[in-house]
Design a protein around this ligand. Structure first.
Ligand code: S3P
Length: 423
């Protein structure tokens, strides 16, 4: 395939969730341009409406208005978070400081994901949790109240755990400190908190928060999602000719680990015109076809590219040599067991991959991929293998591409438009 043109990707998912939650905590009207309108973003908007905020309909290309009331209100029904782990875990943090009960639940995938990593530290701050089915799984009722300060060592480097605790510190007006054991996870929450005047300091893996600020209504433009941009970037890398530009992508260094790995693999991906916008570096990505070689992705790099591993693993099937992703056990508790599912799907397409302990090994080759991909409803698995299906001679069928709408509305159309004939 040949690729051409300039595209935009949808608004960043992590930033979209955070601005919705913070806008609901502010008293007054916030206006957000470029907000993600995917199913996950809709889950955040829906539950925040149940909690008393007014959120205008999430229509792509429109400025979204959120009217917050300064605090959240007691909901009259359970809060259904759909497929969204970020909605669930960050909301637990805010609700931990609110003196009413609220029950959170979600779809089958979300009801399998571990919540104690968040509920245990929040319980240590003073919130009460009731697990309806046990095992640390949703549905869970939280009853918040006045909170104590917390110093917490996280079991894994996770932006969702870190942000849940920071949200509790913000809503409960108490200091918190969290330690990330291995590598830095995305820092959008810290950046937004600083913009509201909170003291947030990084110190050798620790993040220290002091309740010195106040959440007030704001105007913000959400940049493009680098995790979504990874798919057209990969499609261009795998193409036979041409070049694409993806404009207005968030290039926060805690999110662009995949670009550094692609560079080691020999891919020609450049960033251009990077400038600070609303506290985040934003710029264009230019990607072109490249021959790939294998690399080793070290454990400290994993938090900075955690969501890009399915795409990088699919690319590694086309590289010369064996690519190793070290210590990627966290992938087992994503929207699916991504670790097992990535390896199984690579094999289902005639490639070679295996899981050894918590490492993922992908052997490269030249044979065009052929076969059926099982997504288990996981959006990033669906998109990664749909992109792999664009290599010349491939015959890849993805059992369910509709789940791409969890994070990337219009993904199938984008992929079709990229496949332009050379002029
Ligand atoms: C996210 C954090 C990551 C990531 C998820 C979004 C966030 O999860 O996988 O897609 O917005 O904070 P973990 O914190 O569980 O690693």
């Amino acid at each position: 395939m040949h690729v051409a043109g300039t595209i935009r990707v949808p608004g960043d998912k992590s930033i979209s969730h955070r601005v919705l939650l913070f806008a609901a905590m502010a008293r007054g009207t916030t206006r957000i341009g470029g907000l993600l309108t995917s199913l996950d973003a809709r889950s955040s908007a829906r539950v925040l409406r149940q909690l008393g905020a007014s959120v205008s309909p999430l229509v792509a290309g429109r400025v979204i208005r959120i009217v917050g009331r300064g605090r959240l209100r007691r909901p009259s029904a359970a809060l259904y978070c759909g497929n969204s782990g970020t909605t669930t875990r960050l909301l637990f943090g805010l609700l931990a400081a609110h003196a009413f009960p609220a029950t959170l639940t979600g779809d089958r995938s979300l009801r399998r994901r571990p919540m104690r990593r968040v509920t245990e530290p929040l319980a240590a701050m003073g919130a009460k949790f009731v697990e309806h089915g046990g095992g640390g799984l949703l549905p869970i009722t939280v009853r918040g109240g006045p909170l104590h300060p917390l110093t917490h060592r996280m079991p894994v480097s996770s932006a969702q755990i870190k942000s849940a605790i920071l949200c509790a510190g913000l809503a409960g007006e108490v200091p918190v400190s969290v330690f990330e054991p291995r590598g830095r996870s995305r820092d959008h929450t810290e950046r937004l908190l600083r913009a509201f005047g909170y003291q947030v300091e990084d110190d050798g893996g620790w993040v220290h928060f002091r309740p010195t600020g106040r959440v007030v209504p704001f105007d913000l433009q959400v940049p493009g999602d680098p995790s979504s941009a990874a798919f057209p970037v990969a499609a261009a890398v795998l193409a036979e000719g041409g070049e694409i530009r993806i404009s207005g992508v968030c290039l926060n260094p805690t999110r662009t680990g995949f670009l550094r790995v692609l560079e080691r693999m020999g891919a020609g991906v450049l960033s251009d015109g990077v400038e600070a916008q609303h506290g985040e570096p934003v710029g264009d990505l230019i990607a072109a076809p490249s021959a790939l070689r294998a690399t080793e992705v070290r454990a400290v790099e994993i938090p900075g590219l955690i969501d890009e591993i399915p795409m990088l693993a699919a690319l590694a099937t086309r590289a010369e040599g064996t690519t190793v992703f070290r210590q990627v056990g966290e992938l087992r508790v994503k929207e699916s067991d991504r670790l097992g599912l990535v390896a199984r799907n690579i094999r289902a397409l005639g490639g070679a991959a295996e899981v050894v302990g918590d490492d993922l090994l992908v052997h490269g080759g030249n044979r065009p991929p052929s076969g059926l991909v099982r997504t288990e409803g996981d959006h990033r698995i669906a998109m990664a293998f749909a992109v792999l299906g664009t290599v010349p001679g491939a015959r890849v069928r993805v059992d369910d591409l509709s789940c791409a709408a969890v994070s990337y509305p219009g993904f199938p159309e984008m992929l079709r438009r990229l496949r332009r004939r050379p002029r």
